[in-house]
Design a protein around this ligand. Structure first.
Ligand code: ZN
Length: 409
């Protein structure tokens, strides 16, 4: 934390803050996919990479399995045979069980997730359950027994086709349990991908609405780990670089999807957000996104986008009232400089910038997903217990959480 503090003191002449931050103990870990392969066209290397792990693969795709044509061609030319399972929506526990049964019947030696966060998370969970004994309910949190996985997953390759979730480098799979109306995670460092192949070309044909919601997820996953209570110097570096790129390119990717530079920036931003959230933490936006996504048919990125400006505003107000000398406000100010592209920007300029972006990207409000005031108490109770909420830069009261939902409605 010494670096941060000395920088703040130079920029803002706040010697007292420097003393305060110097007293913090630096203590962190960083783990990610064994190998990250990034670049336009690199999906064509998937076959040769897969061949290192075996000759039979299970491909897990999103709704449209046709999009995996380039992957299938690459596997074929490398002599890897493949069976495909398509995950039309967010994966449920039963989807994972079906995938495991299919992979066993087809003697698959590796699993490839190709798609958005849903397909990648489904593949990640299937790879884990192929090698670990018992059923999913032994291992998932909240509704299951939450036992730790003991065996490394079957070889797992993640290939994102959206720029948002960063699921290719996270160590958890988010699964829906419609019967419990909640989303739960299967979580273990043993689930990290062997290889993440991030090819911006795969995002060129994403329609504007999907570019907006996934891009806003990426942006949220760079802001929340940066201001959160578990931030560390490695994730700080990734967040700043990711914010810089997302800030200059998300609008362009939305209005002109064929802009290669903008798509590349957003692919980097998404990857870096995934690296950051998996090794630091998130905050109130993601604290709400779990319970809302578990109860209403709303895309994860759209929920994050609708909440982000209101959570930022509430966090700033609460930090000013209850922790005005802590690092949270300074982190929001640093984030604002990269968002607004102005080294003199203040925390409120960052908020203003995000508000304008949400309008430009035509982000729908929470009410459009069927959420009403009568749902607030239940959503707040569930969100307060989530692991993301615990990393928020300041503890928000139930009244403040209700106010956020009201403003985002
Ligand atoms: Zn997210």
């Amino acid at each position: 934390m010494r670096r941060w503090s000395s920088r703040f003191s130079v920029l803002q002449d706040k010697p007292k803050l420097e003393l305060q931050l110097c007293s913090l103990v630096m203590n962190f870990e960083f783990a990610t996919a064994t190998r990250i392969v990034f670049g336009p066209g690199r999906v064509n290397e998937a076959g040769a990479i897969a061949r290192e792990f075996g000759g039979r693969a299970l491909i897990v795709t999103g709704r449209d399995a046709q999009r995996a044509g380039r992957l299938q061609a690459s596997l074929q030319s490398a002599g890897v045979s493949a069976t495909t399972i398509s995950v039309p929506g967010e994966p449920e526990l039963a989807t994972v069980e079906q995938g495991v049964t299919l992979a066993r019947a087809e003697h698959c030696e590796l699993v490839i997730g190709f798609g958005g966060g849903s397909a990648i998370d489904a593949a990640k969970a299937i790879a884990a359950m192929l090698t670990n004994d018992g059923g999913l309910l032994d291992y998932v949190e909240i509704i299951g027994r939450g036992k730790p996985l003991t065996k490394p997953s079957a070889p797992f390759i993640a290939i994102p086709t959206t720029a948002g979730t960063g699921a290719e480098v996270t160590r958890n799979a988010v699964l829906a349990s419609p019967e419990h109306q909640v989303k739960v995670s299967l979580r273990s460092p043993l689930m990290l991908a062997r290889v993440a192949i991030v090819d911006p070309e795969l995002t060129y044909d994403l329609p504007p609405a999907l570019t907006a919601s996934t891009g806003m997820d990426a942006l949220t996953q760079l802001i929340e780990p940066f201001v959160c209570s578990r931030a560390n110097p490695m994730t700080d570096g990734l967040c700043i670089e990711g914010l810089r790129r997302a800030a200059r390119s998300l609008r362009i990717a939305f209005t002109k999807g064929t802009d290669k530079d903008a798509r590349e920036d957003m692919a980097v931003a998404s990857l870096f957000g995934g690296l950051a959230l998996a090794n630091a933490g998130l905050g109130a936006v993601h604290g709400f996104a779990g319970p809302i996504g578990g109860s209403f048919p709303a895309p994860h990125g759209a929920i994050c986008a609708a909440l982000l400006p209101h959570v930022m505003a509430m966090n700033l107000r609460a930090l000013r009232q209850r922790d005005p000398r802590g690092s949270g406000l300074y982190r929001y100010e640093e984030a604002a400089r990269w968002l607004a592209g102005d080294m003199k920007a203040k925390a409120d300029d960052g908020l203003k910038w995000v508000r304008a972006l949400v309008l430009d990207l035509k982000v729908p409000r929470l009410a459009s997903f069927g959420i009403q005031r009568e749902h607030f108490a239940d959503l707040v109770a569930k969100a307060a217990k989530s692991s993301s909420m615990k990393a928020n830069p300041i503890v928000l009261t139930p009244e403040e959480l209700v106010e956020i939902l009201g403003l985002a409605l």
